[in-house]
Design a protein. Structure first.
Length: 266
């Protein structure tokens, strides 16, 4: 498939957690044109059936692909990736990069053998998390907690609003209170929103706990797939939302810090 140099990389997310992926991608490919797409009208995905999520994500990415002609699409959301990746790959003729929890690197890092995983309900119940655990567990214990309540504080932090510390305390407490939870020394942030709260989470877990997320690995995968391609921006990078533009507007300063100059409604 031929691309012009201005053909963008499309980063798709349910909200704005995918900015953590964009931040890492900028370090590797500062020249690459990017469109960041937030399906804010579709939130929360955790309350939809898997069939609904798959149909929605595949449909949206199909329409976005027609409109923006991206050279590659990244589904920067663990929930959407686990459910819709296969279907999207069948529909689109461009490379698709998904997001999987960084269980592999965490299993390689842990010294106590107890790894915590914070994700959304939909992510932690996925069979592929079971498979990853079986494959990389090395007899390690993986303690999972569905902490969808951390998404709102992450988005609030981006908007410059106060962060709900209580939600963070509850999520950390839930992992700690599981059998062997006191031995957790590595925690996988299995939702692209959660690294936005890395400081707050690290403070709550205390010293001796390493937080691991997959954004740098995803960025490396994207860079590998577009290696040797030419990049040239013909227009400033933009973000699009499926929801009302006025609800997206407060994120403009945060988006600008990630090099996104324009906001549009999809």
């Amino acid at each position: 498939m031929d691309h012009s140099a201005s053909s963008p990389i499309l980063i798709f997310d349910t909200g704005v957690g995918g900015l953590t992926v964009l931040g890492e991608l900028r370090k590797l490919l500062p020249e690459a044109p990017v469109i960041f797409a937030a399906d804010q009208a579709g939130l929360p995905y955790g309350e939809k059936t898997e069939a609904e999520v798959a149909a929605r994500v595949a449909g949206l990415l199909g329409r976005m692909s027609e409109r923006y002609r991206p050279r590659l699409a990244c589904i920067a959301c663990n929930t959407a990736s686990t459910i819709a990746l296969g279907m999207v790959r069948e529909v689109l003729e461009i490379p698709i990069v998904g997001t999987v929890p960084a269980i592999k690197p965490a299993a390689a890092m842990t010294r106590t053998g107890v790894v915590g995983l914070l994700g959304t309900q939909a992510t932690i119940r996925q069979a592929y998390v079971d498979r990853l655990e079986a494959e990389f567990g090395n007899g390690h214990r993986l303690l999972r907690h569905g902490a969808a309540e951390l998404v709102a504080p992450a988005e609030a932090k981006l908007r410059g609003e106060p962060v709900d510390r209580e939600a963070i305390r509850r999520a950390v407490g839930a992992l700690r209170s599981m059998p062997d939870g006191d031995r957790i020394d590595t925690v996988v942030l299995a939702c692209t929103h959660f690294p936005l709260l890395a400081e707050e989470l690290a403070e709550e877990f205390g010293p001796g706990v390493t937080l691991v997320d997959g954004s740098a690995g995803i960025a490396r995968r994207i860079a590998h797939l577009v290696e040797g391609q030419e990049f040239a921006r013909s227009v400033p990078d933009m973000a699009v939302t499926t929801g009302p533009l006025e609800e997206f507007q407060p994120l403009a300063p945060a988006l600008k810090s990630y090099g996104i100059e324009r906001l549009e409604r999809f």
